[in-house]
Design a protein around this ligand. Structure first.
Ligand code: SAH
Length: 348
């Protein structure tokens, strides 16, 4: 335990870790050390955000995608994916339902779908901001030009989520088709920051070919980028993808990494993701107790939930938005946390 404690203390006091320290923290079998890591991360989150958990309403507005990421169930080569896109009215109706339920952040997430031109996105964002000026709009639909990101921002978008997926070049190439590059991914993230978005990067835990070294590079990338948000969740295979028979990431590893990220970058908005809730029935609660402070219940219409299948066995596909909202509230209350309905901006 002594060895682990020294690493945890350095993380907490100096926000620093080295490769060897990371290896020890993610492989240690010492339960007391793992408990201590989560405890320090939880206390750090509480010192900044209290016992509050922010909720974001997730609207999965299209599963058409021009990309072909090897891990993702909505990749273009998946002929078994049943494609859909929501109309502007349907999206606005999700926002209306969400607003009634107390959501003050709407996250529009989807594949890279050419139907949603910059003009359509800008009109939509402006409309949402006009109807709900007290709400934040978060966008998450992949790699765009700087000009496009600027246009969405000028239309009123506040935040953008774009996981970097891995900060290691060779690993990036193993997860993506040849036409995609880590260089462009990083270019996008820097543009988003410079434009003024609250920006989120992140990665899957236990993605194929991930190593301690690539994870270390992910952490160093986070330190360098200084994102306002970091999204991590376990990799979960989707059977119609090239990684369909790869092993899933684990909850234990995800929890440790949530804690490490909290200590390394204390103010970050850190969700306990749906993927974490998918691999374990109490995954999201455990995520909060390991230092996460955001949850993202689903606001998508029930009839498309199952079609937005990035990975298999996704939870909550049969529940109405209201059920998800109150289920989440109960879950958070059960561990002594309070779901709050303000915008929940990054606290610098
Ligand atoms: N197309 C957008 C948003 C949709 S994908 C984008 O690329 O940003 C959102 C995230 O889901 C991805 O960043 C990826 O990290 C995660 N994801 C995709 N497939 C997954 C899988 N099989 N298991 C777990 N997470 C997955």
């Amino acid at each position: 335990m002594q060895r682990e404690l020294e690493i945890i203390e350095r993380l907490e006091k100096e926000q620093q870790i080295d490769l060897q320290g990371l290896e020890i923290l993610i492989t240690t079998q010492d339960e007391a050390a793992v408990g201590e890591l989560a405890k320090r991360a939880r206390e750090t989150a509480q010192s900044i955000y209290g016992n509050k958990v922010y909720i974001r309403g997730l609207i999965e507005f299209t599963n058409y995608c021009k990309n072909d990421c090897l891990y993702c169930g909505i990749r273009r080569s998946n002929g078994n994916a049943e494609r859909y896109r929501l109309s502007e009215e349907q999206i606005l109706s999700c926002c209306a339902t969400g607003y009634e339920l107390g959501f003050r952040t709407f996250v529009l997430q989807g594949g890279e779908d050419a139907y949603f031109t910059d003009e359509r996105i800008c009109t939509l964002v402006a409309q949402i901001k006009k109807e709900y000026p007290d709400c934040a709009v978060t966008l998450s639909f992949g790699e765009k030009s700087r000009e496009s990101y600027q246009a969405y921002f000028d239309a009123g978008a506040d935040r953008y989520l774009l996981r970097h997926e891995t900060a290691n070049e060779a690993h990036y190439r193993e997860l993506h088709p040849a036409e995609m590059s880590l260089k462009n991914r990083k270019r996008c993230l820097r543009d988003l920051k410079e434009i003024g978005y609250q920006t989120g990067c992140g990665f899957m835990v236990g993605s194929p070919y991930q190593t301690v070294e690539t994870l270390y590079e992910d952490l160093m990338f986070i330190k360098e980028l200084q994102p306002e948000m970091v999204g991590i969740g376990p990799f979960i295979p989707q059977k119609d993808t090239p990684f369909g028979d790869k092993e899933a990431g684990t909850m234990e590893m995800t929890l440790r990494l949530l804690s490490i990220i909290r200590l390394l970058h204390p103010h970050v908005l850190l969700p306990a993701t749906t993927a974490l809730g998918t691999i374990h029935p109490k995954g999201r609660e455990k995520g909060i107790l390991a230092g996460a402070n955001v949850v993202m219940p689903n606001l998508s219409p029930v009839d498309v939930r199952d079609k937005y299948r990035l990975y298999d066995n996704k939870i909550c596909t049969g529940d109405e938005a209201a059920e998800c909202r109150y289920c989440m509230q109960r879950r958070m209350e059960s561990i002594g946390y309070e779901v709050v309905t303000d915008r929940g901006d990054f606290i610098a």
